[in-house]
Write a protein that binds this ligand. Structure first.
Ligand SMILES: Nc1ncnc2c1ncn2[C@@H]1O[C@H](COP(=O)(O)OP(=O)(O)O)[C@@H](O)[C@H]1O
Ligand SMILES: [Mg+2]
Length: 321
C-alpha cells in the first residue's frame, strides 16, 4: 500500500526574474519546513510592539494551524523559500501567516502563493478570504489592496482586510462558455469593466460572444486582434459592449492611449488579456481568468470569476455557479 500523499504540487510558477517556483499544498507533516520560513521571515522584520505572534510559533503551533486548514509552500531548487497558512471556517477563510525567506523577497513569490491559495479556495467553494495586517507597516496594507483586498475593520494592532474569492465555473464546451457569458450579461450594468485573462485559445473571445448575445448588441463579436478595440452598440437601448484586445499592449500608457475612459461610464468594457496592465483602469472590476485543465484531451475550461471593489461586494457572482 502506498503512503498517503501529504503534499501535492499545485503549480509551477515562473517568476518575473526567471526563477522557477514549485508550489505545494501541504498539511501538518510539513510543519517544520513552514516554521523555518516563518521564523526567518519574521526575524528579519523591524520589531513591533506587541511582537508579531509568528515569532513565538513552534512546530506544534504551526502543525495545529495547518490542521485547521492548509498550507501553501513555495520551493526554489527543492528548498522551502516561502509559506502561507490558511484557516478554514465554513465558506470563509483567513490567512494566518505569510512568510517569504529574506533571501528571496521582492521576487513575486508572495503574490504567486496568494494567487494559488485563492485558486485552491475557489475550487472548494470558499467565498471570502480575510487577514489582519499590522498598521505599523502601511506598505503591507498597500500590497494587499493591490491584490483586491479592502479594509473591513480593525482589531488593534491589526487592520482587517478582506476580499471575495473567485467563483469557479466549469465550461465543458464552447457553447457552455457562451452560455456562461449570456448568464453573466444578466448581471452587468453600464460602467462595468471586465478583465479577461488566459492563454491564446483559452476562450476569452468565446465568452465575450456570449456576453454580447446577452446584452443584445450588434455583432459579430470576433477577436479584435487587428483593431485594438471595437464598439458593439446595443439594439435595445442597453449598454454598448466595448471589446478590447490588450495582448499587444506593452504598458498601461498604451492602454490609456485608447481613450477607453470616454466610453467607460456608459458601456460594458471587456479587455482581453489585460491582466497586470488594466487593473489601473478601474477600482471596481470583474477579473475573469480562464484556464485549461491538465488533461490535453479535455476541452473543459475552468473559469475563475473574481469581483474586485464595492460593485461586486454583494456576492451576486454566486448565481453563476
Ligand atoms: N470549453 C470551451 N470553452 C471555450 N472555447 C472552447 C471550449 N472548447 C473548445 N473551445 C474552442 O477554443 C477556441 C477558443 O478561442 P477564443 O475564444 O478565441 O480564445 P481566446 O480569445 O482566449 O484566445 C474556440 O475555437 C472555441 O470553439
Ligand atoms: Mg481572443
Amino acid at each position: 500500500m502506498s503512503a498517503p500523499s501529504t503534499a501535492a504540487v499545485v503549480a509551477e510558477a515562473g517568476l518575473p526574474d526567471g526563477g522557477q517556483l514549485r508550489i505545494l499544498r501541504v498539511d501538518a507533516s510539513r510543519a517544520a519546513d513552514v516554521l523555518r520560513v516563518v521564523h526567518a521571515a519574521f526575524a528579519a522584520r523591524p520589531p513591533v510592539d506587541p511582537p508579531a505572534a509568528a515569532l513565538s510559533d513552534t512546530e506544534q503551533t504551526i502543525a495545529e494551524k495547518l490542521a485547521g486548514g492548509f498550507g501553501v509552500l513555495g520551493e526554489l531548487d527543492g528548498e522551502p523559500a516561502a509559506a502561507l497558512i490558511v484557516a478554514l471556517d465554513g465558506d470563509q477563510a483567513t490567512i494566518t501567516r505569510v512568510a517569504v525567506h529574506p533571501d528571496h523577497q521582492h521576487r513575486g513569490i508572495a503574490s504567486a502563493l496568494v494567487l494559488c491559495a485563492m485558486d485552491l479556495l475557489a475550487a472548494r467553494g470558499t467565498r471570502t478570504l480575510g487577514l489582519g495586517v499590522r498598521t505599523e507597516f502601511p506598505g503591507l496594507g498597500r500590497w494587499w489592496r493591490r491584490h483586491g483586498f479592502v479594509r473591513v475593520g480593525e482589531r488593534p494592532p491589526l487592520e482587517l482586510l478582506q476580499r471575495s474569492l473567485p467563483v469557479l465555473v466549469e465550461a465543458p464546451t464552447a457553447d457552455a462558455m457562451r452560455d456562461l457569458g449570456e448568464r453573466l450579461a444578466g448581471l452587468l450594468r453600464p460602467g462595468d469593466v471586465i478583465i479577461a485573462t488566459g492563454d491564446l485559445g483559452a476562450g476569452k473571445t468565446t465568452l465575450t460572444q456570449g456576453i454580447g448575445a446577452g446584452l443584445q448588441v450588434a455583432g459579430p463579436v470576433i477577436s479584435p486582434t487587428f483593431v485594438l478595440s471595437r464598439v458593439h452598440r446595443s439594439s435595445t437601448g442597453g449598454p454598448a459592449l466595448v471589446h478590447v484586445d490588450a495582448y499587444r499592449l506593452g504598458s498601461f500608457d498604451e492602454l490609456e492611449d485608447l481613450d477607453l475612459e470616454a466610453s467607460l461610464a456608459d458601456a460594458v468594457t471587456l479587455i482581453e488579456w489585460g491582466g497586470g496592465i488594466a487593473e489601473g483602469l478601474a477600482d471596481d472590476r470583474l477579473e475573469i481568468d480562464i484556464r485549461r485543465g491538465l488533461d490535453p484531451d479535455d476541452e473543459t475550461r475552468l473559469v475563475f470569476l473574481a469581483g474586485v471593489g464595492p460593485r461586486w461586494a454583494d456576492g451576486q457572482l454566486e448565481e453563476l455557479r
